[in-house]
Design a protein around this ligand. Structure first.
Ligand code: ADP
Length: 197
């Protein structure tokens, strides 16, 4: 099962990825997590990405395409994966097509979690509150100013990715405003229907 989860920051991609990982026993490939690990380790990629990430901008296509291309090669991704946070630009989506074609692999589904933008800032603030309550470090881009820029980047650069897959007939939209279990049920129902066609 090779899936893409699309949706703005705070749409619930991480939460749904966790569930799908367990259900299908496939890894979640999150470019955000990979980049945060690179920043923490202060690798050359991390050093380059650090500032742009904390400001809420997009890291260069070349960097994230390189990360994903290497990650897909690893053994745990041989039978499938969930892409979370990638592709974020149409150029990344086209690069993914080429990478998969070279490996003679295909995407099974592209699922967009559609949410009401007004709710997203409140979700981010709640995530910050819970993170602090758990004694964990808050992400440097989880503040209202960076969040506004992340939403802008989504509107400008990533919404066209959904349009790109819609045109190919592979986009499925679910209501990301529903309770978590309902969102999961919508995704399961779609994947089940797809498997039986
Ligand atoms: P979010 O919670 O906003 O969906 P992520 O954890 O997916 O955030 O990503 C955090 C940051 O990492 C983004 O704001 C961006 O700077 C960078 N990033 C992650 N994935 C990509 C990508 N595919 N292309 C460019 N930048 C990316």
């Amino acid at each position: 099962m090779r899936l893409i989860l699309l949706g703005p920051p705070g749409a619930g991609k991480g939460t749904q990825s966790q569930r799908l990982m367990q259900r299908f026993n496939i890894p979640q490939l999150s470019t955000g997590d990979m980049l945060r690990a690179a920043v923490k380790a202060q690798t050359p990629v991390g050093i380059e990405a650090q500032k742009i990430m904390s400001q809420g901008g997009l890291v260069s296509d070349d960097i994230v395409i390189g990360l994903i291309s290497d990650r897909i090669e690893q053994a745990d991704a041989a039978h499938g994966f969930i892409l979370d946070g990638f592709p974020r630009t149409v150029a990344q989506a086209k690069a993914l097509d080429v990478i998969l074609a070279q490996k003679h692999k295909e995407l099974d589904a592209v699922i967009e979690l559609r949410v009401d933008e007004a709710a997203l800032l409140a979700r981010m603030e709640e995530r910050v509150r819970q993170t602090i309550a758990a004694g964990q470090a808050v992400r440097s881009d989880d503040n209202p100013e960076s969040f506004r820029l992340r939403l802008e980047a989504y509107r400008e650069m990533t919404a066209p990715v959904a349009a790109f897959y819609a045109e190919l007939g592979s986009l499925h939209v679910v209501d990301g405003m529903a309770p978590i279990d309902d969102v999961s049920a919508q995704i399961d129902a779609f994947l089940k229907a797809k498997a039986s066609t």
